[in-house]
Design a protein around this ligand. Structure first.
Ligand code: URA
Length: 427
């Protein structure tokens, strides 16, 4: 293609027309190479967000992003390798747990993770709350640790899908996160480039997720499975509930601390149930055993401390020191202004609050305050008395209005039935 004008490409998408592979490549690679400025790429992303993309455009976009950098070749690493990915939610610390649990049972987990996106947190930001933890490994370091420890979590290396790295950061601050084709191509380009044998995706659905409805979640799952098939990579999407925060802690350091407590056998909430479900799937695929047998192994490896030992081994290998994790110094107890059952939690609202007190980014270059966050004392379905604590908020420099926090909870006399934790599996 001639050096087609970026404005024409933006106009075409604004007018709901289909972009050719050449046009998409021109825009994406031009942006990666610094020839197309943020403001033009933002306009194109917004047009995609509003007008969507056909399957063919999404396949092409995935391929362009996948080919924008290196591909990780893990064929020289012995054993079964399974990658997992979550589409993001509030309080979602599953990667921190699944990698050591599954690796402690002999299935390797090579994991490249991202930073926070929109109101959702990111695994790399969470890991950075562990002083010393190195989140940018070279390919050689990544493979060495995968071989020796079996679990490794790193940020995307500079040259692994650089297109996604740059576009992801721009989407975060331009209101262009929640687009099905953009999410599908972002996730699948990274998963395909990271070389695992199989891919398990935890697709979060609900008011705290990037995807709010079951209809959109099914569309996204089917699209990712199709992309996986096209590239001969088995992809399994588990649709899970994100209409309340996962577990009790929200905020980088606080989430790491909850993960540690779970690995020590001290946490038995919805986070524990989801972890056991997902880990059983991963172990069953990795060892080619029945889910029920894998589940027994998963429960046992948490109980006997082997998963926690593997977590410590992984943290040590990456230079982290969990004894130095710090939470914010000011802790306020937020109490309910009435009695009743907690029927809904505005999960995105709580995610936004944590972001605003410093736990996430408003602009690409913001520095995170790792120690801030929220610890829920009550979850959906729980009863609360008037003046009883609903949550604790950990703040440092920025405070938050109590009324705004309380407005995230619907408290009613009658208890409503609770949504299931796992909705569906699409493969
Ligand atoms: N996770 C990703 O990696 N990309 C997205 O676009 C959304 C969630």
């Amino acid at each position: 293609m001639n050096a087609e004008n970026m404005i024409e490409i933006i106009n075409k998408k604004r007018n709901k027309m289909q972009l050719s592979k050449e046009e998409l490549k021109y825009a994406v690679m031009g942006y990666v190479n610094g020839e197309i400025p943020d403001y033009q790429m933002s306009a194109l992303l917004m047009a995609i967000c509003l007008n969507g993309m056909s399957d063919e455009e999404t396949f092409n976009l995935t391929e362009i992003m996948y080919n924008s950098g290196d591909h990780l070749d893990l064929s020289d690493i012995k054993g079964f390798k399974i990658d997992k990915h979550s589409t993001g939610g509030v309080g979602d610390k599953t990667t921190l747990l699944l990698a050591p649990i599954v690796a402690s049972l002999g299935v390797k987990v090579p994991k490249m993770s991202g930073r926070g996106l929109g109101h959702t947190g990111g695994t790399i930001d969470k890991l950075e709350s562990i002083p010393g933890f190195k989140v940018s490994l070279t390919m050689d370091e990544f493979k060495k640790q995968l071989n020796e420890v079996g679990a490794v979590i790193t940020g995307q290396t500079a040259n692994l899908v650089p297109a996604d790295k740059k576009i992801y950061a721009l989407r975060d601050v331009t209101g262009t996160v929640s687009s099905i084709p953009l999410i599908a191509s972002s996730i699948m380009s990274k998963k395909l480039a990271s070389g695992a044998d199989k891919i398990l995706i935890d697709l979060k659905v609900g008011n705290g997720a990037l995807v709010k409805t079951m209809k959109d979640a099914k569309k996204l799952a089917e699209l990712m499975v199709k992309i996986g098939k096209k590239h001969k990579h088995d992809t399994i999407c588990v649709l899970t509930n994100m209409s309340e925060p996962l577990g009790n802690n929200i905020g980088n350091a606080l989430e790491v601390l909850e993960a540690i407590e779970l690995l020590k056998g001290n946490v038995h909430n919805d986070l524990y149930d989801l972890i056991v479900y997902m880990a059983s799937y991963m172990v069953s695929l990795g060892k080619n055993i029945k889910i029920e047998d894998a589940k027994k192994e998963v429960i046992e490896t948490i109980k006997n401390g082997k998963a926690y030992d593997k977590f410590l081994e992984m943290v040590k290998a990456q230079g982290g020191d969990i004894t130095k994790i710090k939470v914010a110094p000011k802790i306020f107890s937020i109490k309910s202004n009435k009695a009743g059952y907690i029927n809904t939690i505005n999960t995105e609202g709580l995610g936004e609050i944590v972001k605003e007190i410093g736990g996430g980014r408003e602009t690409k270059d913001d520095v995170i305050d790792y120690g801030v966050g929220i610890v829920l004392s009550k979850k959906v379905g729980d009863h609360v008395d008037k003046e009883e604590e609903i949550l604790k908020i950990y703040v440092d420099k920025k405070d938050m209005e109590i009324r705004r926090i309380l407005s995230c909870f619907t408290i009613e006399e009658k208890k409503k039935s609770k949504e299931p934790l796992i909705y569906d599996v699409i493969m």
